[in-house]
Design a protein around this ligand. Structure first.
Ligand code: ZN
Length: 191
């Protein structure tokens, strides 16, 4: 396992749809090692999730994980380690919520965007087992952010441009109001 370099906005790999992983390919040592690297790189960078394209690998694989004490996103509830291969995501409910996001591939920028409050996500885990789950709240936002990466979409594409802020200015001017909204969402959805 190794911590890989995270590619930044401007790298074309972040702008192309990643390709599906064949179940036979999923079992290969190369793809399993890539999944280990994604997990380790996310942990080292304190993201809430990481997609394979963000370490330069155009495959439909992403991880989400949060231990509940993330220094980048202290208001985010815990997310157990989830490895998603070939995820398919659809809204489970028409309701949306304004969330503030950042991204390891977009250094020092945050912004507000609408996310679905509840999504149905179907994916394979690293052993090839099928999962079909409904995810809610801030965790649903994380899943939508990661699946966007696999389609070449970054949060800045969806963000209100007038909300964009550096992390320092977010802390100064936006954090208090957003954390109150985030905590209300977590209290309502449980995640
Ligand atoms: Zn991201």
């Amino acid at each position: 396992m190794s911590v890989r370099e995270i590619v930044a906005i401007g790298d074309p790999v972040l702008r192309e749809p990643a390709r599906e992983v064949d179940p036979d390919e999923l079992r290969t040592p190369g793809v399993q090692a890539l999944i280990d690297d994604l997990i380790e790189t996310r942990r080292a960078a304190n993201g809430a999730g990481l997609a394979a394209v963000q370490i330069g690998e155009p495959l439909r694989i992403a991880v989400a994980e949060n231990d509940g004490a993330n220094p980048r996103y202290p208001y985010k509830p815990p997310i157990p380690l989830t490895v998603m291969v070939n995820p398919a995501l659809e809204p489970a409910d028409p309701e949306t919520v304004l969330i503030n996001e950042g991204c390891l591939s977009v250094p020092d920028l945050r912004g507000d965007l609408e996310r679905h409050v509840a999504v149905r996500v179907r994916y394979l885990d690293r052993e090839g087992n099928e999962h079909d789950e409904v995810v809610r709240g801030l965790t649903a936002g994380t899943f939508q952010h990661e699946v966007d990466h696999l389609n070449g979409v970054l949060f800045v594409d969806r963000a209100n441009p007038r909300s964009l802020a550096t992390w320092e200015q977010f802390e100064r001017y936006q954090r208090e109001a957003f954390v109150a909204r985030a905590e209300a969402l977590v209290a309502r959805t449980g995640s």
